[in-house]
Write a protein that binds this ligand. Structure first.
Ligand SMILES: Cc1ncc(COP(=O)(O)O)c(C=O)c1O
Length: 344
């Protein structure tokens, strides 16, 4: 199969129109089979709850080409489970696992020419969407929903390519309230963060870092990534909070740390100011960010640096990044059974 004529190494994290997307409709209690469509446009009724009340949610995962040419998905069933949890929280119908996987695989298979080749450093980003559509005025759930899977080839999320250091600035704004919707992937969780990100960028950071909204003490997460911290004693720690998105990348890295590297792993509240001096290496992790080492964090009017004064990537994060990427690209024995090939 001929790949598209693209300079894959120059791709950023941008939308690029591909040939097909998958669409299924829920109405009167059941889902249609779904089909591939070519138009990148959705015609929406002006009364759609997705537009007025943000009754919509999304997911994000990647497909990568292995050395042997197979296209690999990474734990897509966990994205489905998370989308089901989100749908329940937003009073939307759940997309059954079978339909979710079918939609993802079809969108990837039909756009195989857009999946970046092995070794290009790029991947195919897959964006499942669930939106409440149709005429509605009062604040109540939509009567009709579209499940759509669009895909686009992407390069690194943060501008500098490869495993380079990023910086975070603690935000004056909150991302999610305790008992709110921070633990699900509602689109409505994100626009408030655009301003927080801009403020962080004005301070010279790549992204905002949020603390818990109740006490502003404990680390929550970055705008679109969870946080990992290595500490003395071969320990990998990650924040425990009911208000953060349960990252699939994070769960995978914690397993890799424990099983492959023999690290002690812990999910617990992390008090930023009280514990910052014991942080050895820090990283942000997520489908888009993969594992991005954090060199420094801005808070209380100064930068706080980590491994090698924030000048270079530390060995723990380098190791975790390498193992995760090797598994995702089929370069390493996938003893966890996390990857699956898309039938072409
Ligand atoms: C707020 C937020 N946190 C964390 C993540 C990372 O989650 P995952 O590793 O499942 O991509 C994302 C991205 O999906 C996100 O939007």
């Amino acid at each position: 199969m001929e790949k598209k004529d693209i300079d894959w190494s120059k791709l950023g994290f941008e939308y690029r129109k591909t040939d097909y997307r998958f669409s299924a409709i829920w109405e009167e209690g059941s889902w249609s089979d779904g089909e591939l469509v070519t138009s990148e446009f959705i015609t929406l009724h002006e009364g759609s709850p997705a537009l007025h009340y943000a009754q919509q949610c999304f997911e994000g995962l990647k497909a990568q080409t292995a050395k042997d040419g197979q296209i690999l998905l990474f734990r897509p069933e966990l994205n489905c489970e998370r989308m089901q949890n989100t749908a329940a929280r937003l009073s939307m119908p759940q997309v059954p696992l079978e339909l979710f996987l079918h939609g993802v695989r079809e969108a990837v298979r039909a756009n195989a020419a857009w999946v970046p080749p092995y070794g290009s450093g790029a991947s195919l980003y897959i964006r499942p969407l669930l939106i409440g559509v149709g005429p509605n005025m009062g604040l109540r759930p939509a009567k009709k929903y579209e499940f759509r899977v669009m895909v686009t080839p992407v390069g690194p999320y943060y501008k500098s390519a490869g495993l380079s250091l990023i910086s975070l600035a603690v935000s004056d704004f909150d991302r999610a309230a305790p008992h709110g919707t921070g633990d699900v992937k509602a689109g409505a969780n994100y626009p408030g963060g655009l301003y927080a990100t801009r403020k962080a960028q004005e301070l010279g950071a790549n992204e905002a870092l949020y603390l818990d909204a109740a006490q502003r003490r404990y680390i929550e997460e970055a705008g679109s990534a969870n946080i990992l911290i290595s500490m003395a004693g071969n320990k990998l720690v990650t924040p425990k909070s009911a208000a953060i998105l349960p990252s699939i990348t994070r769960r995978s890295i914690m397993d890799i740390a424990r099983v492959e590297l023999g690290m002690e792993t812990e999910e617990r509240p992390i008090d930023l100011r009280a514990e910052v001096d014991s942080f050895e290496e820090v990283a942000a992790c997520g489908t888009a960010a993969v594992l991005s080492p954090v060199g420094k964090i801005w808070f209380d009017n100064s930068w706080h640096t980590f491994y090698n004064k924030g000048e270079s990537v530390g060995p723990v994060m380098q190791n975790l990044y390498d193992i995760l990427c090797q598994i995702q690209k089929g370069e390493r024995q996938d003893s966890f059974g996390w990857t699956s090939a898309v039938a072409l």
